[in-house]
Design a protein around this ligand. Structure first.
Ligand SMILES: Cc1cc2nc3c(=O)[nH]c(=O)nc-3n(C[C@H](O)[C@H](O)[C@H](O)COP(=O)(O)OP(=O)(O)OC[C@H]3O[C@@H](n4cnc5c(N)ncnc54)[C@H](O)[C@@H]3O)c2cc1C
Length: 361
């Protein structure tokens, strides 16, 4: 890999990680005329293998996702502008049909759709038409403002775009090689005003932030081929299934709080297949099987902010199960915090953790 040599040219940001978090931060920086350099060593697959769904409602409890409106207001235009810049489509608008399991759930749906904060997101009319080869006795509730991102293609296009500008290196960032100066850092031949660490579950190897309570929840996902299914929406029961073209469907996902590896397992596959057989009645063939660790946090809030001691060093992590909606929102918050001194919301700021650890900042 040929890397550009900046030799004492000061840039604004080194970004470690070209997953959803790193990409959104990099793009916001570039759109604001800041100079960047990105490292990614392909060590964490979470963004690449994710379902990529976005959905403003927690479909277990029928409650609004934390700051859903604010997140979507930032995410939609950012993703649109990236589609235009990269000249390819990765944001697919597609409705989510929540399969309802009982009369009680139908009633819960009507009640939720009536609430002022949810009425924009939940259709008040149930879908009672049968979907071909899908088991449903109580119909579906339709969620609005939903879709999925083809994140794997976005990552590929974005790293190609940066590489062409000599702003990308597919190498491991070596934490020991940072040299701290008064108000900037030096890393090999680069001088930068700030470093943004957006390493997903890889944060555990980062000596600056490994004390943060990043828990990690492993998830497994299948791609299946089901020529007779002919499904054109996302169906959500205890798993999700949605079409990605050519009779292929993504099916996910599992939740495992113990195993922290990225290896697909028989148990994970069997769990998905059993749930799938409860949901669809036609034949299918498994084409691919993936696994990754979601960067979840013990208190279920993101980890964003600046190191207590090194003010040029920042973290952008803890996107958990909802990276698609959170990445643009958190990146914007962090960017405004660094550049314009806009305070971070307490819920996302790592100062909440430092306080508990009695670390002065
Ligand atoms: C099975 C599964 C299904 C999911 N489905 C959804 C979904 O439908 N919708 C949704 O919103 N979210 C979903 N998620 C969650 C989502 O994937 C995450 O929230 C999001 O991808 C996290 O992005 P990230 O950029 O923080 O981390 P990552 O995607 O892990 O990116 C971090 C990057 O940093 C790089 N890196 C780490 N350390 C270094 C280093 N030292 N040097 C260089 N590079 C480094 C890694 O290679 C990686 O590319 C799912 C996750 C899984 C596992």
């Amino acid at each position: 890999m040929v890397r550009v040599f900046y030799f004492y040219t000061m840039i604004d940001f080194i970004i470690v990680g070209n997953g959803l978090a790193g990409i959104c931060f990099t793009e916001i920086a570039i759109q604001n005329n800041k100079s960047v350099y990105v490292f990614d060593d392909n060590s964490q697959p979470s963004s690449k293998i994710a379902g990529g769904l976005y959905n403003p409602v927690v479909l277990k409890r029928f409650s609004e996702v934390w700051k859903a409106k604010e997140q979507l207001e930032i995410a939609f235009p950012l993703y649109k502008s990236m589609e235009e810049k990269l000249s390819f489509t990765f944001d697919y608008k597609i409705p989510i049909y929540r399969r309802l399991a009982s009369i009680e759930e139908q009633n819960n749906w009507f009640q939720a759709a009536d609430k002022p904060n949810l009425s924009a997101f939940l259709s008040p009319n149930l879908v009672t038409d049968k979907l071909q080869n899908i088991v449903s006795s109580f119909g579906f509730g339709e969620v609005l403002e939903t879709g999925y991102l083809d994140i794997a293609s976005l990552i590929k296009h974005y790293s190609d775009y940066l590489s062409k500008l000599n702003l990308y290196s597919s190498e491991r960032f070596d934490y020991d090689k940072i040299k701290f100066k008064d108000d900037f850092v030096e890393y090999k031949d680069i001088q930068a005003k700030h470093i943004i660490f957006a390493e997903g579950f890889g944060l555990h190897s980062n000596p600056f932030f490994s004390n943060l309570p990043l828990d990690g929840t492993k998830g497994e996902l299948l791609i299946i081929k089901a020529p007779n299914l002919k499904l054109e929406v996302v169906v959500k029961s205890n798993i999700f299934i949605f079409p990605i073209g050519e009779d292929l469907y993504k099916v996910g996902a599992t939740y495992d709080w113990k195993d922290k590896t990225n290896n697909p397992t028989e148990e994970g596959k069997n769990e998905l297949v059993e749930n799938l057989k409860d949901l669809i009645t036609c034949d299918f063939e498994i084409i691919k099987h993936f696994a990754g660790v979601r960067p979840t946090v013990k208190d279920r809030r993101p980890l964003v902010g600046s190191h207590h001691n090194y003010k040029s060093v920042h973290v952008l992590n803890g996107l958990g199960t909802r990276g698609v909606m959170l990445a643009p929102y958190l990146s914007t918050q962090l960017f405004k915090n660094i550049i314009d001194n806009v305070p971070l919301a307490n819920e996302i700021n790592i100062q909440r953790i430092y306080k508990k650890m009695n670390i002065n900042f």
